[in-house]
Write a new protein. Structure first.
Length: 211
């Protein structure tokens, strides 16, 4: 095995160990010493293959975003196959994606939290490739909006897509974190359906200039 192959193997082992730790115990439990022990390496070797723990966490979060991207894509699959050409299909996509987001978040709670809890040390910016990956989440909302709002500009549609995503995320975050008191999964799903139903119904009365 070459040096590069060993480095690549250790890099992957650390990535998988970090992902397991975050999934089981949360982001705050990720410590260099325990990570090195799980990957069977010295602490210093971590930084031979990863610049710092922030870079490793971003890589873990990127895998989580990839998984979520696949889930949201699958939620819209039947309508996508049909072309999502009708308003009924487009509305169904938005509702299905909201349900899928709740299911993913509740089933992968610690990994999901890490995506939103992580802050890069020293106020450094996230890598541009990671920002682009985050933006892919909004593209799932943008597709049905193109059908529902054909006269709205791409910029206004993008703003609306972010607002819709934020509304869904807010309901899920407040519920799963029990910030407003304990709520069951069915309670959250019902609230999501109510919020999304109101949004979707409102889109039908929205004028091209956004009024």
């Amino acid at each position: 095995m070459t040096t590069e192959e060993r480095r690549a193997g250790l890099r992957q082992a650390l990535l998988e160990a970090a992902e397991r730790t975050i999934a089981a115990e949360g982001l705050k439990s990720l410590k260099a010493r325990a990570l090195a022990a799980e990957a069977n390496c010295a602490i210093g070797q971590i930084y031979n293959v990863w610049p710092d723990l922030d870079s490793l966490i971003i890589a873990v979060n990127a895998r989580t975003l990839d998984h979520l991207d696949q889930v949201l894509t699958a939620a819209a699959a039947p309508e996508t196959v049909a072309g999502a050409t009708s308003a009924v299909q487009a509305r169904a996509v938005l509702l299905a994606q909201a349900d899928a987001y709740l299911e993913f978040s509740s089933g992968n709670a610690q990994r999901w939290r890490a995506v939103f809890e992580h802050r890069v040390a020293g106020g450094r910016e996230l890598p541009s490739w990671y920002r682009e990956q985050q933006a892919r989440l909004f593209s799932h909302v943008d597709r049905p909006l193109r059908t529902l709002l054909p006269g709205v500009s791409p910029a206004d549609r993008a703003d609306l897509g972010r607002a819709i995503f934020s509304a869904v995320h807010g309901v899920v975050w407040l519920g799963l974190e029990e910030l407003l008191g304990p709520q069951s999964y069915d309670d959250l799903r019902r609230q999501l359906r109510t919020v999304m139903g109101a949004i979707v119904d409102g889109l039908g009365h929205r004028s091209p200039d956004g009024a």
